[in-house]
Design a protein around this ligand. Structure first.
Ligand code: GMT
Length: 376
């Protein structure tokens, strides 16, 4: 059975946009007709596909509007596309405002149009605490036909924080195995001026406060005292100047390469030996999967969905939030023992291929669509 599906997400850089876009691409490959309804072309939607359509949401800038009404324009576009293209369902990623706009569109089109909402994290773990939004988030979730969240921990937090009884199914993040897999034979390390024996540690994020990037720098400060290493910082965000300043104060700025946003992440991961994600909020941690799929062991904090991704001592380590001493100790142990590193790298690859494989997760979403359409 194939469906006509409208997908709405934040189209700029970010895990939720990546998951939504990769899902759309995979669904199209399986014969579904996919209509992206977003403010601009999702950044991962690089290739043309006969089953993929893009509908831009334009907002009227009329001068009486102090704030252009994006949510209404989105609802209106969703309803227009749903009617014209005879969509079966809208799958929205991120509760605010997408679930609310989808609810409005459904009211306009009729109850045969189903709404599936996927919660990605900060729509609950940050916005859920905002009294001006929490009732609206609850409403959007309760009025969706099916709701998913990207980890068991996010399901738990959503139910507790918003006092919701509705079933929320965990559907983990996934990666495209063709894009993320171990690679050898690149001369990238050499071309970046990194000596062959120097270890490469990497951090990838949007450099917001929740990512605690200063903990990454503090950890690297300890590591480089004992292991000849370099730190790659990939991504852009408001904390970059703070991090640069910290690196300077610690006299390790010469050992840190700030690469900004990058497209060929798999090529960069191929030269990395360890990935650090030391966030204080992280509903899943898509970047962990990307690293693991490329055979890079990971160290993450014991918060959110991270313990559902990393098996402590098997394919990486889980350390207490902010415990620089323990994180550094584990990093040095991993970087100094080639056999341990090799074992963990292989287990990381296996875990991603078994539990977070695109095929498995896309099938799970298709089953959820079926449930929504059957009114279960
Ligand atoms: O990590 C971010 O701040 C971006 C954010 C987003 O909304 O795009 O990512 C969230 O969704 C990803 C995909 O489901 C998850 O892998 C990230 O863990 C999650 N981020 C947070 O919970 C902070």
């Amino acid at each position: 059975m194939t469906y006509k599906i409208g997908i709405t997400c934040y189209p700029t850089v970010g895990g939720s946009g990546v998951v939504a876009t990769e899902l759309g691409k995979a669904l199209a490959e399986k014969g579904h007709q996919v209509h992206f309804i977003t403010s601009s072309v999702p950044f991962r939607l690089e290739t043309c596909h006969s089953n993929i359509f893009f509908h831009e949401v334009g907002v009227n800038q009329y001068s009486v509007f102090r704030y252009p009404p994006y949510d209404i324009a989105l609802a209106s576009k969703m309803a227009e596309i749903a009617k014209r293209e005879e969509l079966n369902l809208l799958h929205v990623h991120y509760a605010i405002p997408h679930a609310i706009s989808a609810f409005l569109a459904k009211e306009m089109v009729g109850s045969h149009l189903k709404v599936v909402t996927t919660l990605h994290g900060t729509d609950i773990t940050v916005l859920g605490y905002d009294p001006s939004l929490s009732d609206m988030i609850r409403f959007g979730i309760e009025r969706s036909d099916q709701v998913t969240a990207v980890s068991n921990d996010l399901v738990r937090q959503t139910k507790e924080l918003l006092d919701i009884n509705k079933d929320i199914e965990t559907v983990y993040n996934f990666i495209d195995p063709l894009e993320y897999s171990p690679r050898t034979g690149t001369d990238l390390k050499e071309s970046m001026g990194i000596p062959p024996n120097q270890k490469v540690i990497v951090h990838i994020s949007n450099f917001r406060k929740v990512k605690r990037v200063s903990d990454v720098v503090q950890t690297f400060y300890e590591i480089q005292k004992q292991v000849d290493s370099v730190l790659l910082m990939i991504g852009e965000g408001p904390e970059i100047p703070v991090i640069r300043e910290l690196a300077k104060r610690l006299h390790i700025d010469g050992k840190i390469k700030f690469l900004g946003s990058q497209k060929g992440i798999a090529d960069l991961l191929a030269i990395c030996d360890l990935k650090l994600l030391l966030s204080e909020k992280e509903s899943f941690g898509l970047v962990l999967l990307e690293a693991m799929a490329c055979g890079v062991p990971v160290i993450g904090t014991d918060i959110g969905g991270i313990p559902e991704v990393i098996d402590h001592g098997e394919n990486g380590y889980i350390c207490p939030l902010g415990d620089i001493e323990q994180i550094s100790r584990m990093s040095i142990k991993l970087l100094s023992d080639p056999d341990l590193h090799q074992r963990m790298a292989q287990k990381a690859i296996n875990k991603v291929q078994h539990e977070f494989h695109q095929e498995r997760i896309v099938k799970q979403y298709e089953e959820i669509y079926e449930k929504a359409l059957c009114g279960i």
